[in-house]
Design a protein around this ligand. Structure first.
Ligand SMILES: [Cu+2]
Length: 287
């Protein structure tokens, strides 16, 4: 129901929770609709005489309180159990990726893989809606991947729909999570399978172009790709430095007090993108 095919073991768990919640909701719904219809039919108006007026049926009043508490407790139990599972980072990871979410793209740094210049292998992008320009996060199937999330400017949210999961990327507050990517998710073609990645937190004028691609490849292809990156480090586009703790470049865009700042000429100057007025950038600014 509405979720993409899960490609991680964690996403399987989210899908099960989602489906279980719907089953519970439908069970309660069908019972409630049934009782309503039964009451409408069995106690419909038969004459103008007022029926006996009853109130304060203690057992039923108690049931009204106890049943919802049971329903909420069951939902809470499964939600808390699955949240604890999704937040676990104990399993030793095969790949460590530092995710730097900045206005308005992503940088992925493979901190364990050092290239010929002594720098960790890194991929960075520019804001775009064209697939060719987006940063590509390459990951091996059948492996545990650990993500460390950090932002130099405003809050972003790292979202891969096929993970059925997103997590905020907060300046000054490192977040982490890890997933086990399932075997077979690289598909049958060489070159792997691409999945969409997005920013899920309104973060300024080019938020809607803050996209990336997740490419899941076989572990052998992944090693080949890493070796290539190490041998020929690519030129990276300029990326805000996490260490400097640069303040947000457009304070007007990430606060609710300001309105209509989405088309200021200087707003899109970073990364050389065209300043454009975007409805997404302003609709949540209280207008
Ligand atoms: Cu963002």
């Amino acid at each position: 129901m509405g979720l993409p095919e899960p490609i991680t073991e964690q996403a399987e768990r989210v899908l099960t929770l989602w489906q279980g919640s719907w089953v519970a909701a439908f069970a309660v719904g069908i019972l409630t609709w049934g009782l309503i219809i039964w009451a409408i039919v069995a106690y419909r108006k038969r004459s103008d005489q007022l029926p006996p007026q009853v109130r304060y049926n203690m057992p039923i009043e108690a049931l009204y309180t106890v049943l919802p508490i049971i329903v909420i407790s069951v939902l809470f139990y499964f939600t808390a159990r699955d949240q604890a599972y999704l937040m676990e980072t104990d399993e030793p990871a095969d790949v460590h990726v530092d995710v730097n979410g900045f206005q308005w793209s992503w940088q992925f740094t493979y901190e364990d893989e050092i290239d010929v210049n002594g720098n960790p292998v890194s991929v960075a992008g520019v804001p775009s809606t064209s697939r060719d320009e987006l940063p590509v996060l390459v990951l091996p199937s059948d492996s545990v991947v650990h993500f460390d999330l950090e932002s130099p400017d405003v809050i972003h949210s790292f979202w891969i729909p096929a993970f059925a999961f997103k997590m905020d990327v907060i300046p000054g507050h490192p977040n982490e999570f890890q997933v086990k990517i399932k075997p077979g998710t690289e598909g049958t073609e060489p070159g792997g399978t691409d999945y969409a990645g997005r920013c899920a937190e309104l973060c300024g004028v080019d938020h809607s172009r803050m996209l990336f691609t997740l490419r899941v490849v076989s572990p052998e292809e992944y090693q080949q790709w890493i070796d290539e990156q190490k041998a020929n480090p690519p030129e990276l586009p300029t990326v805000p430095d996490l260490e400097e703790g640069t303040p947000a470049p457009d304070p007007g865009l990430d606060t609710a007090q300001d309105s209509g700042t989405g088309s200021e000429p200087e707003a899109g100057a970073e990364e050389g993108s065209e300043p454009e007025s975007r409805p997404e950038a302003t609709e949540e600014e209280g207008q």
